[in-house]
Write a new protein. Structure first.
Length: 124
C-alpha cells in the first residue's frame, strides 16, 4: 500500500502544472478584489440607507407635529364657531327684543293723550 501512495504523489506531482496554479491564483485574486469592491458598495449602501432612514424619521416626526397642530387648530376653529353662533343668537334675540320694545313704546305713545316730546319722530 505504501507504494501506491508514493505513486500517487509522484503522479500528482507529475500532473501538477504550475501555470494552472498561477491561473487559479489569478482568479482567486480577482475574486478577492470583487469581494473588496462589493464590501465598499455594501458599506456605501448602508450609509445611504442610514441617511434615508434618518430622513424618514425626521419626516415622520414632522408629520406628527403638523398633524397635532392641525387637530388643535381644527378644535379651536370649532370652538370659535360655537362662540360666534352663540353670540349671533344672543345678538339676534336682543335685536328682536329691541324691536318688540320699540313697537310697544310706539303703540303706547300713539295711544296716550300726551303729545310726543319735542324732536321725537314716530316710526313709519
Amino acid at each position: 500500500m505504501a507504494g501506491q501512495y508514493k505513486n500517487f504523489e509522484v503522479g500528482f506531482a507529475a500532473q501538477a502544472d504550475p501555470a494552472g496554479f498561477s491561473q487559479l491564483d489569478g482568479v482567486f485574486q480577482k475574486m478577492k478584489v470583487n469581494v473588496a469592491n462589493l464590501k465598499m458598495k455594501i458599506d456605501a449602501a448602508e450609509v445611504q440607507k442610514k441617511k434615508i432612514m434618518n430622513n424618514i424619521q425626521r419626516t415622520v416626526t414632522a408629520h406628527a407635529r403638523v398633524s397635532e397642530r392641525l387637530n388643535k387648530r381644527r378644535a379651536m376653529a370649532k370652538e370659535y364657531e360655537k362662540t360666534i353662533s352663540a353670540v349671533e343668537g344672543g345678538y339676534n334675540g336682543l335685536v328682536d327684543s329691541s324691536k318688540v320694545l320699540l313697537e310697544v313704546l310706539t303703540q303706547q305713545m300713539n295711544s296716550s293723550d300726551t303729545p310726543p316730546p319735542a324732536g321725537a319722530t314716530a316710526p313709519a
